[in-house]
Design a protein. Structure first.
Length: 222
């Protein structure tokens, strides 16, 4: 019994017991490797993103409620003209939802290199379209400023800037996620690139739908 206990202690001390530390590399030295972290499940990843989207919905619903209530109060509400570039921006964002789906599609019968090239091409186009949308939003702000409509001009213009800026800030987060998926080294990641792409696409489609709602609110609810 004593010998067996001593052997077990020696195994733990050298890293072969307990399962936490692997033996030293190259037969010795102080360099040690730990077991890789367990992979994050796909379900847990989607649950986390869905909770984040729920929080975003609550945030924008509170802004929408404030918009509707403030419009009905007082006589200082003046309809804010909608810059025409916003129609083009909407088409750009809709196109980006199409390209991100083309990126995620895996064509059967193609080599791994061909599938990767297809993914990279359409994913990059999606990023470019997202940046174009943000540039278009800045151009819309400039058009309003040129027409004398600023943040403090009246409550309507204040809400226009607030809603479009809030959406733009969340879209920037989406672009960061797209860049992360497109250019990260996935060899040592806790999730696969496919799962990360699905999560980023879910968020991106949500931003697309959110913009359609806000655009309708600003256009029809003036």
């Amino acid at each position: 019994m004593r010998s067996a206990a001593i052997d077990e202690l020696e195994l733990i001390e050298t890293g072969n017991g307990g399962g936490a530390i692997l033996p030293p590399l190259d037969g010795g030295g102080d360099d040690r490797r730990r077991w890789p972290s367990p992979e994050v499940s796909r379900r847990a990843s989607f649950t986390g993103v869905q909770l984040a989207l729920a929080a975003i919905v609550m945030f924008f619903m509170s802004l929408t409620s404030a918009y509707i209530v403030r419009k009905g109060l007082g006589t200082d509400w003046q309809a804010t003209p909608i810059p025409r570039v916003l129609w083009l921006n909407t088409l750009i964002l809709l196109a980006s939802s199409a390209t991100i789906e083309l990126a995620r599609r895996r064509s059967e019968g193609q080599s791994a290199e061909a599938r990767e090239a297809q993914f990279s091409r359409w994913w990059t186009i999606t990023i470019v379209l997202g940046v174009m949308f943000l540039v278009g939003q800045l151009f819309a702000w400039r058009q309003l400023a040129a027409a004398g409509m600023f943040l403090r001009t009246n409550p309507s213009s204040s809400f226009f800037y607030l809603l479009t800026a809030a959406h733009g800030a969340h879209l920037i987060g989406g672009i960061v996620a797209l860049l992360y998926v497109g250019f990260r080294n996935w060899k040592r990641s806790r999730i696969t690139q496919e799962t990360a792409a699905d999560l980023a696409a879910l968020y991106w489609h949500f931003m697309d739908g959110l913009w359609l709602f806000l655009f309708a609110l600003l256009t029809l609810g003036r």
